[in-house]
Ligand binder design. Structure first.
Ligand SMILES: Cc1cc2nc3c(=O)[nH]c(=O)nc-3n(C[C@H](O)[C@H](O)[C@H](O)COP(=O)(O)O)c2cc1C
Length: 195
């Protein structure tokens, strides 16, 4: 029997994965995942390949009052930037989703497992969050944005030396389904190796 997911019992897991798409950030609204669903999402997020079992990632959960304050502080920082007019708009879009999961790449330099591979594992955490949220009946959007690279913004998250934001994954109920977007065509990007 085909496996099914919690909120879409009519869909096989494969159909569910094939149908996922990202709603716009401001189309993600309350209610967000409750504590049970957050725990499940974290479980799914951490179930990623990780060469050398290094756990080269950290998750920072931002919700409720803390999320409100985080966005307010980002907005204040945005105003100090030369590109304030632009980043103000993108920063405001962080406000509506009830949960942000910041996936932090915490690679171990000089390890025999190349940092590139460790970084890829953090990307897999982000992707699992997108799929996990979708399977639980929520929407999710993986962003970076200026606040992933501005040292004053990453300081708000308590990042340690060398840590980087791999993704800000916004999660919430879907107020408006994402418009379809063109997808890469297999014939443009896939080939069988012939030797
Ligand atoms: C690493 C990474 C960073 C991204 N950062 C942004 C961003 O800062 N702003 C944005 O509008 N989209 C960003 N995106 C794209 C969004 O995730 C976008 O909504 C997505 O491409 C929609 O595709 P989907 O429907 O297949 O999920 C980023 C994607 C990735 C993988």
């Amino acid at each position: 029997m085909a496996s099914t997911a919690t909120h879409f019992p009519e869909l096989s897991a494969a159909d569910l994965l094939a149908a996922r798409r990202s709603p716009m950030p401001d189309a993600l609204v309350a209610p967000g995942p409750d504590r049970t669903d957050v725990d499940r999402l974290v479980e799914i997020a951490l179930r990623v390949p990780d060469h050398g079992r290094l756990s080269p990632w950290r998750l920072v959960l931002v919700a409720g009052e803390a999320k409100h304050r985080w966005v307010e502080q980002l907005l204040a920082l945005a105003e100090t930037r030369e590109d304030a007019a632009k980043v103000r708009v993108s920063t405001r879009k962080l406000a509506s989703a009830p949960l942000a999961v910041i996936v932090v790449s915490a690679t171990i330099p000089g390890h025999k497992v190349p940092e590139w591979e460790q970084t890829l594992s953090a990307g897999a955490v982000c992707m699992n969050l997108l799929n996990g949220a979708h399977a639980l009946g929520y929407g999710a959007n993986w962003l970076t944005g200026w606040h992933a690279y501005d040292a004053r913004a990453t300081a708000l998250l308590g990042l340690e030396e060398g840590q980087k934001v791999a993704g800000v994954v916004l999660i919430g109920s879907v107020a408006e389904a994402a418009p379809p977007r063109p997808r890469a065509r297999a014939e443009d990007v896939v080939r069988w190796l012939t030797l």
